[in-house]
Every structure is written in structure tokens, then in C-alpha cells.
Design a protein around this ligand. Structure first.
Ligand code: PEP
Ligand code: MN
Length: 359
């Protein structure tokens, strides 16, 4: 935590950004701000300009909504946040003294857009948050942060909102946690906020995804909340009431990065030694498998038989999935594992096939 940028340290609880997907009316904004618990929520969010997938949908109320955001700040004391997608949004947001500006997932994919926003924000002391791009590209996400850093913008943060997939999974946007964890390893000073609303696309999964984020020691959450979620003009299915939000924020358990307790340390060291030994065993077993695969490769070469045998591959996979199931390992995991091992065997055998005969 100590290496994180200072702006995140001003909060004694983890950062919670909440508020509607979109500003709809002054009444709606005031109603929601009134209902959000000020002890748990520090920043009020609302989209003013909305990037919609299809035309002819509600595309945000536009600049008039900034008056309502400002009113929320003045009357309820929240910091306020909105999405900016071009230089004129930035100019208006700064005029209305918006405290946190975020770059949306559809903008992060476009270096021209990010550059334009970065230049418009040059030298700002405002907090600027960058959502992950819609596609799973770590470099693009980090590149956006670097463009902002190059314009001397220092109060930066990242928002993990998941990644689009063609095939729909249980998530609207697949979290692919590893990408955000890699981001945190490569840019440890940048605070990481999770957006479970856009990851889940529904209300039911929000607690679990939020808890998962805190298990990974994220610095905060951005959760869409609306006083009448079913009536919301955008993202109705994923918005939750301020009451439900409070329940979630109270229930989440925070994890520490370590514990001073001596018993904990001796126990975890012992278990880690066991893990190291087990890993060693796994690698030795895989190396042994590759040796056998190479012998098979020699045999195939002698008999001029093709390296890849689809029936045999299917048999290996089906057996492994069946055995894995008995051992409590998921089909998805076994599929990835066996595929990786099989590909390595195939590449060993290909090397043998392509080797010039030495005699
Ligand atoms: C939003 O936060 O309302 C939004 C449009 O998010 P994203 O850019 O993650 O789709
Ligand atoms: Mn939304």
C-alpha cells in the first residue's frame, strides 16, 4: 500500500465510487446522492456523455448534467466523477470542477483519443482514472497511463471493468483477473479500482466480484447505483440501490498483505515449502513425459507416421477430463493444462521429424 500514489491515501476506508450509470435529471441525481451513505461512499459518479454500442439509444444528457453533478458536490460534499472522451468534454468537466475524470473502455483502445485527452488535461492535479480497454491488451492499458504521465498528470489510477468476448459467458465482460494483476505488478504505484457492475452486467454477481477484488488487494470499487434501478435509462440490469450497495460495502472483508503473527508465518512457510516440492515434482513428471513423447517421435519418424493423431488426442483429453473430475479439477482447467502439455509434446516430436538423418 505504501508505494501507492498519495491521492488514494487520503481515504481511511477503501475508495468507493458510486452513483448512476447516467445522469438523467436533477431530481434523479439528488435522490441518489441523498440515499448514498456518506461514511462508505466518497466519490459520486454519473455519466454525462454515454458511449453506446448502437445509435438511436439514450446518449447522455450532455453538458447540462454537469450542473447537477456540481450541485451534488456542493450539497452533499461528495467528490464528483464523470467520463471524458474528447478534449471538449475535458474542457467542460474542468470548468465545472469535476474532481475525478475517467477514460472509458472504448476510448482507451484508441491512442489518438487518449493522446487528445492527455493533452487537454496537461499538468492537471485532478485524479484521472483509466479503464481497461475493451480488448485484453495490457500494453494498451499501460500505454494510456504513460501518455497521461508524459503530460505531467500525476494523480492517476486504473479501473478494471473486464474484457469483451464474442461468446457470452456468465459475465458481461470477462474479468481475466491475470491482466489486472500483471498491471499491478508492472505499475505498483498506480491504484487499482474494480468496476464489478460492468464486469457482471447483472446485480447478482456484484458482491462476489467485489470481494474477489479485495482478496487481490485492490484499492477501491466503482459500483453503479440508482434509486430505481429497473427504471434506469442505461445499464438498468446491473445497477443496485443505495441500500444494497451499503449492504455489500459492509459485508466485504478486507485482506491484509501480511500478518506479523509468528504462528501464521511458520505455518505459511511450511505450506509454501510443500508447494515448492510439489511444483518440482510436477516439472520432473512433465520432463519425463516429454522424453517418452520423443521416443514416440523417433518411432513415428521410422515408420513415416504423422505427428498429430486427432483420435489419440481426443482420447488423452477425454481421459484426463474424466480423471480430473474425480480429483476435483475443473474441466476448463484440465482442458488448458492437457492442451499445453500436448502441444509441447507435439513440438518435441516435430523437432525430431525435421532433424536431418545423421547417417
Ligand atoms: C460506464 O462506466 O458507465 C461505462 C460506460 O463504462 P465502460 O467504459 O467500462 O463501458
Ligand atoms: Mn454503465
Amino acid at each position: 500500500m505504501s508505494q501507492k500514489l498519495n491521492w488514494i491515501k487520503e481515504f481511511d476506508k477503501p475508495l468507493a465510487i458510486a452513483g448512476p450509470c447516467s445522469a438523467e435529471s436533477e431530481k434523479q441525481m439528488m435522490e441518489i446522492a441523498e440515499q448514498l451513505n456518506k461514511d462508505y461512499v466518497q466519490v459520486f459518479r454519473a455519466g454525462i456523455w454515454k458511449p453506446r454500442t448502437k445509435p438511436n439509444c439514450f446518449e447522455g444528457v450532455g453538458a447540462i448534467g454537469l450542473n447537477w453533478l456540481k450541485k451534488v458536490k456542493d450539497e452533499f460534499g461528495f467528490k464528483i466523477a464523470t467520463e471524458v472522451a474528447n478534449a471538449s468534454h475535458v474542457k467542460l468537466a474542468l470548468e465545472y470542477d469535476v474532481d475525478y475524470l475517467w477514460i472509458g473502455a472504448r476510448s482507451t483502445v484508441n491512442p489518438f483519443t487518449v493522446q487528445e485527452i492527455a493533452e487537454a488535461l496537461r499538468d492537471t492535479k485532478k485524479v484521472v482514472l483509466v479503464k481497461n480497454p475493451v480488448n485484453p491488451d495490457l500494453e494498451l492499458w499501460m500505454g494510456a497511463i504513460e501518455r497521461l504521465q508524459q503530460q505531467n498528470i500525476q494523480n492517476l489510477g486504473a479501473i478494471h471493468r473486464g474484457f469483451s468476448t464474442y461468446k457470452k459467458t456468465k459475465y458481461r465482460n470477462n474479468p481475466q483477473w491475470q491482466i489486472a494483476l500483471d498491471f499491478m505488478n508492472k505499475m505498483p504505484e498506480i491504484p487499482m479500482v474494480c468496476d464489478p457492475s460492468h464486469i457482471c452486467g447483472n446485480r447478482e454477481g456484484i458482491f462476489d466480484v467485489s470481494q474477489q477484488a479485495y482478496n487481490f488487494e485492490y484499492d477501491g470499487l466503482m459500483i453503479e447505483s440508482h434509486h430505481q434501478p429497473d427504471e434506469a435509462w442505461s445499464d438498468a440490469k446491473q445497477q443496485i440501490t443505495p441500500d444494497r450497495l451499503l449492504e455489500i460495502l459492509r459485508k466485504i472483508e478486507l485482506r491484509k498483505s501480511d500478518d506479523e503473527d509468528a504462528f501464521y508465518h511458520s505455518k505459511i512457510n511450511h505450506l509454501r515449502n510443500e508447494i515448492d516440492e510439489t511444483d518440482q515434482g510436477i516439472l520432473e513428471t512433465i520432463a519425463q513425459r516429454m522424453k517418452i513423447a520423443s521416443q514416440i517421435g523417433e518411432l513415428k519418424k521410422e515408420h513415416n507416421v504423422a505427428v498429430f493423431q486427432p483420435d489419440r488426442w481426443k482420447q488423452i483429453k477425454d481421459n484426463s477430463v474424466q480423471q480430473g473430475e474425480k480429483l476435483g479439477l475443473s474441466e476448463e482447467f484440465i482442458d488448458k493444462l492437457v492442451r499445453a502439455i500436448h502441444q509441447e509434446s507435439i513440438s518435441h516430436q516435430n523437432q525430431i521429424m525435421n532433424k536431418e538423418n545423421s547417417n
